[in-house]
Design a protein around this ligand. Structure first.
Ligand SMILES: Nc1ncnc2c1ncn2[C@@H]1O[C@H](COP(=O)(O)OP(=O)(O)OP(=O)(O)O)[C@@H](O)[C@H]1O
Ligand SMILES: [Mg+2]
Length: 270
């Protein structure tokens, strides 16, 4: 079980998450919906250790994370797939994938590659190509595949279908369903709220850093207020821009724990 217990966090000047508590059981999809700026991405950053919390904690399978490094979460079995499909453009698809395997420091990179290719056979003909040459959909598959290379038990997906064509989106959601069937816990932040909720065993509405509604995906879908106000809002441009500085930090964490920290990593202190 991935658990957040009364997590408060934010950035230098502002508390953004005001005491979040929820859990992601293995073999389930938990969806998060909420308007732009509600704190969805911030929640994922806290779980993966990109951002510290100044109150409360995150635990994975009963082990409390110190939140002091991104490598710690990866080793505990959490893979964060940030929004924005950030691949290393001038590395090949295979190199991008292999980068995701280093964190665990176990051998069997080949078998991990085989497992990822089994999930995304579309990548096979592109393994030797530069990642920058892939289509948006292929890049999304690649970043999810890179996350899977650490053999996570929990996957954090931030807006995986943003800007993708409906057929590719369908493919991504099929993969999410498959990963859940295989026993992974998936925390899914999605602008395609309807599809995410349709897939989710549990869901919650995040408003200004506070959970204001929880239920099954179906229950939230049946709530006219949720549908009217929060589904299909998309992500803000500013939010996408902000992702650029921490993808490198995440990737660095896959190699070792000495990744440079983004300037805003430190939690605010009150
Ligand atoms: N690096 C940052 N520095 C300062 N404030 C930030 C930073 N990143 C996010 N924020 C602020 O934190 C709040 C929550 O942002 P967050 O990106 O978590 O929202 P979100 O729910 O993911 O929104 P979106 O739907 O646009 O992706 C917003 O008020 C935002 O302005
Ligand atoms: Mg976001």
């Amino acid at each position: 079980m991935l658990e957040l217990v009364d997590v408060r966090s934010g950035y230098d000047s502002e508390e953004v998450l005001h005491g979040l508590s929820f859990s992601v059981p293995p073999g389930s999809v938990v969806a998060v919906v909420g308007s732009n700026g509600a704190g969805k991405t911030t929640t994922l950053k806290v779980i993966s250790g990109l951002l510290g919390c100044h109150h409360g904690h995150v635990s994975v399978d009963g082990r409390r994370l110190s939140g002091s490094s991104t490598g710690e979460a990866v080793r505990a079995g959490v893979a964060h797939v940030p929004e924005g499909r950030q691949v290393f453009s001038n590395m090949t698809v295979r190199e991008n994938l292999v980068l995701g395997a280093y964190a665990a420091r176990r051998v069997s990179i080949t078998s991990r590659l085989d497992a990822v290719i089994d999930v995304f056979p579309e990548l096979v003909p592109r393994l030797g190509n530069y990642a920058g040459s892939l289509s948006g959909g292929q890049q999304q598959m690649l970043v999810i595949g890179r996350g899977l290379m650490s053999e996570p038990n929990y996957l954090l997906l931030d807006e995986p279908s943003l800007g993708l064509a409906p057929l590719v989106t369908k493919r991504i959601f099929e993969v999410v369903a498959r990963l859940r069937r295989e026993g992974k816990g998936v925390l899914l932040v999605e602008q395609n709220g309807r599809q995410a909720l349709a897939l989710a065993q549990q869901a919650f509405l995040l408003e200004r850093g506070t959970i204001t509604l929880t239920g099954s995906g179906e229950e939230l879908l049946a709530d006219p207020g949720v549908v009217e106000r929060y589904l299909g809002v998309g992500t803000s441009k500013g939010s996408l821009d902000r992702q650029q500085d921490w993808t490198a930090a995440l990737a660095g964490a896959l190699v070792d724990d000495q990744a440079p920290e983004p300037a805003n990593r430190r939690a605010i202190r009150k």
